[in-house]
Design a protein around this ligand. Structure first.
Ligand code: C2E
Ligand code: MG
Ligand code: MG
Length: 600
């Protein structure tokens, strides 16, 4: 193999011919004729046996095999040679001048046939050349086929199996598992919040993360398991030969831990969480489609339960899924059917002793289902993307309603509208707000947007940009459910917001749990230090009012001041409030509201 540098065969132009046959003179004759060629350089090596020849000249390009007359009918030597050197094109050399032997040689895999009695340079060169050429084409074809097969069965981005291959493997494995009574599990893995990463950090980052994740998934599995990318941020895993269904739980736990390790990408760290659903064979089903579907259903439940967890499929899940699908179906037509209404809940100011605004809260009045709670249908609306259209409607309707109350003289009245995180991340969200204001004629200061702490935490840069644009419109910005997320103080300072809404979970226990009382008091102090207004949510009792008031929180919302009610009821409350409170005179005029005189 080790050729010296001055070996002429190094130039790569020559053809290395291995002549295998008992007679060295025949090889010499062939060499002599080939060396006379003016078109190509040939180097002929002779060996009595193929194995010896291959050992001596392992990089041969073509094999000339002497077929003896006695061997001709069975061509055993040819078959043997093909097995020994499957990648080498073979030209049969024989002195049997009959068509049958020549044809049979070609049918048995030889790429050429040379008759000893017709040895000429031209004959040898053309036969060997044709053999090499056809061999090269076949190799090319095979590699092209292999490439095409890989493309059709693998995911381009991650190199994992694709959905089609996964399904094939699953079906095959199920067939043999049924015979051998093996246990199998299918894991459906879906990344939590991946859409947000893609939307906010860009597709290049998203793609890089998907590749890292695929590598991590593969690293958690055994050789015999199959991992596939089923689409977007969904992965499928087939675990074979389980001794116990709980083995699948072990793998799922490992995956959760492995994926939760921060990924370093483009000089930032991102932690990925995922939800995993597990369906097993033979317990859950015998069919490949069903197994995948049930794993998907279980994944869905893991996600509903807060994500970053795994769940095994159970029959109850199916019923819950059916109910959910039916709800989503109805939600699609709810806007057109005018099933949505907005209820208004008063926001009260202790220093003025009156209602200063209202929070608009969506209600779904379904003809058969009755009143459906937003907690029930909002997550479905978010996931199906319907929330964007619905949110647009809420914004327009609430602005028009408040503009109407403004025209009646309640010019200081402010309307608070909840913004879902998906809506907030829409690139044209600010335009939608601007349009709602323009069309209704409502002054921007009379609109407050409530954005939850969790949606603000998704990506700081995008959040700050969007908030700035909204702020430039002149609307007020509030952080809803404050205290439930993990906003750092430094982070709050960067956001151009006006109001913190203290989450009701703290208010509910403020008079009974000293820890919550401390938290609320700190939030109020913090807000006042940052020049923000606080409003307490879910105030139900006079004790809560008094304690919160003593902390310096003067704005409140809750059943004590009035439940969310239809627009006409709320209008009545503006003249005749259900809750009365003596204003503290000295604090009556706050600069923040001076541009909005009360009722003329
Ligand atoms: P939220 O924005 O924090 O709204 C306050 C929720 O607390 C409302 O529930 C309200 O009815 C309830 N609430 C008010 N005062 C009290 C009280 O004193 N005690 C108790 N126990 N509850 C009180 P609701 O209307 O069921 O809304 C739940 C959540 O759904 C809202 O929480 C908000 O995040 C979301 N939501 C409601 N309407 C909309 C909407 O139009 N758009 C969006 N994106 N989300 C909405
Ligand atoms: Mg709210
Ligand atoms: Mg809230």
């Amino acid at each position: 193999m080790n050729r010296s540098n001055d070996d002429p065969r190094n130039d790569g132009e020559g053809v290395r011919v291995l002549f295998v046959g008992p007679c060295a003179e025949e090889a010499d004759r062939v060499r002599e004729l080939l060396e006379a060629s003016r078109t190509m350089a040939f180097f002929v090596t002779h060996a009595e046996h193929l194995s010896e020849g291959l050992a001596r000249e392992p990089e041969s390009d073509v094999l000339m095999l002497r077929v003896e007359d006695a061997d001709a009918p069975r061509l055993a030597a040819l078959t043997q040679a093909r097995l020994t050197a499957p990648l080498l094109p073979i030209v049969v050399f024989s002195d049997l001048d009959d068509e049958t032997t020549a044809l049979r040689s070609l049918q048995s895999g030889a790429r050429g046939f040379v008759l000893a009695s017709e040895l000429t340079t031209r004959n040898l060169v053309t036969t060997l050349g044709a053999a090499l050429e056809s061999h090269r084409m076949i190799l090319q074809l095979n590699s092209a086929r292999e490439k095409a097969r890989h493309l059709a069965t693998h995911d381009q981005l991650t190199g994992l199996a694709n959905r089609a291959l996964f399904h094939d493997r699953l079906s095959q494995t199920l067939a043999s598992a049924t015979r051998s009574r093996q246990r199998l599990a299918v894991l459906f893995v879906d990344l939590d919040g991946f859409k947000t990463i893609n939307d906010t950090l860009g597709h290049a980052v998203g793609d890089g993360l998907l590749r890292s994740i695929s590598r991590r998934i593969s690293a958690c599995l055994r050789e015999t398991d199959t991992a596939a990318r089923l689409g977007g941020d969904e992965f499928g895993i087939l675990l074979t030969d389980l001794t116990n269904e709980l083995d699948a739980a072990t793998v799922a736990r490992k995956l959760l831990a492995e994926l939760a390790e921060p990924i370093h990408f483009r000089s930032q760290f991102t932690a990925i969480r995922c939800s995993i659903g597990i369906a097993t064979f033979p317990r859950d089903t015998q069919s490949a489609d069903e197994l995948l579907k049930k794993a998907d259903t279980a994944m869905y439940h893991a996600k509903e339960g807060g994500g970053s967890r795994f769940e095994f499929y159970t029959e109850d899940m199916n019923a819950a899924l059916q109910r959910r699908l039916a709800l989503e179906e109805r939600l699609r037509t709810a806007l057109d059917d005018r099933d949505f209404v907005i209820h208004y809940q008063p926001q009260f100011d202790l220093t003025r002793g009156r209602i200063i605004g209202a929070e608009a809260l969506l209600r779904w009045q379904h003809p058969e289902l009755g009143l459906v709670s937003p907690a029930h249908f909002l997550p479905i609306a978010e996931e199906s993307g319907l929330i964007v259209e619905i949110g647009d409607w809420i914004l327009r309707t609430a602005c028009e309603q408040n503009a109407a109350w403004n025209r009646e003289g309640f010019r200081a009245l402010r309307i608070s509208v909840n913004v879902s995180s998906q809506q907030f991340l829409e690139p044209d969200f600010a335009d939608i707000v601007r349009r709602a204001l323009d069309q209704s004629g409502l002054p921007p200061v009379s609109l407050e947007l409530e954005i939850t702490e969790s949606s603000l935490l998704r990506d700081v840069n995008v959040t700050v940009d969007t908030l700035r644009t909204l702020k430039d419109l002149g609307v007020r910005l509030a952080i809803d459910d404050f205290g439930t997320g993990y906003s750092a103080l430094a982070y709050l300072k960067r956001l151009p917001i006006d109001v913190l809404k203290i989450d009701q979970s703290f208010v509910r226990t403020v008079t009974t749990d000293p820890a919550d009382a401390t938290i609320v008091e700190s939030i109020v102090q913090l807000a006042s230090g940052l020049n923000l207004t606080t409003i307490a949510e879910g105030v139900e009792t006079l004790e809560q009012l008094l304690l919160l008031g003593s902390f310096g929180c003067k704005r409140m919302q809750g059943y004590l001041f009035g439940k969310p009610v239809p627009a006409d009821v709320f209008r009545g409350w503006l003249d005749d409030p259900p809750f009365r409170w003596m204003p503290t005179q000295e604090e009556e005029e706050k600069p923040e509201d001076s541009e909005l005189p009360p009722r003329a």
